[in-house]
Design a binder for this molecule. Structure first.
Ligand code: IPD
Ligand code: CA
Ligand code: CA
Length: 265
């Protein structure tokens, strides 16, 4: 598929930019209290946008650092880009980050690529065509009980304002699952569920660029993705529960049965 091939090509090239800066001066700046941006985020995004504009000038673009740009009024095609997912890890040279590029048409993400330059793992997926890592087909795990599941999560940059909610979710999953990990790259988290390295993932307050590519990769690997109530997921929504499908209802049950937060969020 043309758009998938292009997403893979761009993700690999952008991953090269991240790799280049990994052990060099990164010019780390703060966007918020804990939200970082580096020269690698900016260069990676500029390169990806320039290449898309050259190839598909009519397509729209939604990218984390520069927002909405390009595209003709009539175009229903949009590229959704996270030039560096896992910036905090990257800034600390913790090798868990990636580039995420999704392609949406008529409001549906049709394909996407997520590239981890540290492990040289290229995750890709397209509707109806399956999902792959370095060309090998992906299939979610067989774990069918939350008590035996390895679960991933992440915290939004605004977690300090939602501490009680975040901790009550974390506590409930810690209690009901085998173990919980917090890796620091939502796009890779989704791909790890697709690969069967873990069994489920949840997070609040993500953005379209965090989830667009990972969504199609995980669904094509046999996974399920919803909001916290088990309803349809949208990359423009805030809540995500993603799983190997078998433990999905149990995960939704955990989030639905939390005590309502009081005090600090
Ligand atoms: C962040 C990562 C992290 C998640 C945060 C995201 P960024 O993206 O995906 O895992 O917990 O909510 O904002 O800022 O590194 O691109
Ligand atoms: Ca991100
Ligand atoms: Ca980012």
């Amino acid at each position: 598929m043309e758009y998938l091939d292009f997403a893979v090509e761009l993700a690999r090239e952008a991953g090269g930019i991240l790799k280049h800066y990994m052990d060099r001066e990164k010019h780390v700046e703060l966007k918020g209290q804990a939200n970082l941006v580096t020269i690698a985020d900016k260069e990676s995004e500029a390169m990806v946008i320039r290449r898309i504009r050259e190839r598909y000038p009519a397509h729209g673009i939604l990218a984390e650092e520069s927002g909405v740009s390009g595209g003709s009024e009539s175009s229903s095609s949009k590229w959704i880009i996270d030039p560096l997912d896992g910036t905090t890890n990257f800034a600390h040279q913790y090798p868990f980050f990636c580039v995420s590029i999704g392609f949406e048409h008529d409001g549906e993400v049709l394909c996407g690529a997520v590239y981890d330059p540290c492990r040289d793992e290229m995750f890709s997926g397209a509707r109806g065509l399956g999902a792959f890592v370095n060309g090998r087909r992906l299939q979610v795990s067989e774990v069918d009980q939350l008590s035996g599941a390895l679960i991933l999560t992440g915290f939004p940059y605004g977690v300090r304002q939602k501490m009680k909610t975040a901790m009550s979710q974390f506590e409930a999953f810690l209690f009901d699952s085998q173990a919980v990990r917090r890796g620091g790259s939502a796009a890779l988290d989704l791909c790890y569920v697709a690969l069967g390295r873990c069994d489920g993932f949840w997070e609040m307050d993500l953005h379209p660029w965090d989830t667009a590519a990972g969504l199609v990769i995980l669904e094509e690997a046999g996974g399920r993705v919803t909001d916290f109530a088990g309803g349809p997921f949208s990359v423009y929504g805030k809540q995500i529960v993603a799983s190997n499908a078998k433990i999905h209802n149990e995960m939704v049950g955990v989030l639905q049965n939390l005590p309502s937060p009081s005090g600090r969020g």
